[in-house]
Design a protein around this ligand. Structure first.
Ligand code: E4P
Length: 217
């Protein structure tokens, strides 16, 4: 499973990149808005300078012509920009038009399997099911990933399933088991993948034993 970081914070992106396991970045308007004093396009450019894998930059327009105009500006930022579009009727049309031009898209705000089927038919590069937000409203985010996997495998769709709105390690494990192609997660979840109390206690004991046996180093 590929690993993207879900943030527009440059320090977090650099920290994750330094771990050597980062394949890409997802942003959205809310995440970039949290970064005070930066311009939308300038921040995307800075991110693309740090990470060479796919960097999703989202359009703000909700109608086709506006999305196409914004997409033409977004792709000028860097060659690894992926145009993120909402999974609506206009978004689907834009997905098809951009895919036909060889421009990569990430279809966002997917909450049910037929949205995933439609965006794959329209040629999306990535599709983003929001599992945490489904869990928040007492639906089953992981069930959506499993259904999408099955539909894509049934028909050989090559759109990558990018599990989004991932909140914790259990989500991440379940995504990997369900065959998600990518998970995009906050830095805290990336770091939590390395947590286990037996690792901590085992390491503590190794260091203590060494210091007892070799007091002079
Ligand atoms: C995905 O690309 C989105 O930016 C993100 O995963 C949304 O997550 P949230 O539900 O935690 O806002």
């Amino acid at each position: 499973m590929e690993l993207y970081i879900d943030t527009a914070n440059l320090d977090e992106i650099k920290e994750a990149a330094a771990l050597g396991v980062l394949d890409g970045v997802t942003t959205n308007p809310s995440l970039i808005a949290k970064e005070k004093g930066v311009s939308y396009h300038a921040r995307l450019k800075e991110i693309c300078e740090v990470v060479k894998g796919p960097v999703s930059g989202e359009v703000i327009s909700t109608e086709f012509n506006g999305m196409m105009k914004e997409a033409s500006e977004l792709v000028k930022i860097a060659s690894n920009i992926v145009v993120k579009l909402p999974t609506t009727v206009d978004g689907l049309k834009a997905c098809k038009a951009l895919s036909d031009q060889g421009i990569k898209t990430n279809m966002t705000l997917v909450f049910q399997p037929l949205q995933a089927l439609m965006v794959a038919k329209a040629g999306a590069f990535l599709v983003s099911p929001f599992i945490g937000r489904l869990d928040d409203v007492a639906e089953d985010g992981m069930d959506l990933i499993q259904r999408m996997r099955q539909i894509y495998d049934n028909y050989g769709f090559r759109t990558k399933i990018l599990a989004a709105s991932v909140r914790h390690s259990k989500h991440m494990v379940d995504c990997a088991l369900a065959g998600a192609d990518v998970a995009t997660v906050p830095l805290s979840v990336i770091k939590a993948t390395l947590n286990h109390p037996l690792t901590d206690s085992g390491l503590k004991k190794f260091v203590e034993d060494y210091k007892k046996a070799f007091p002079n180093g």
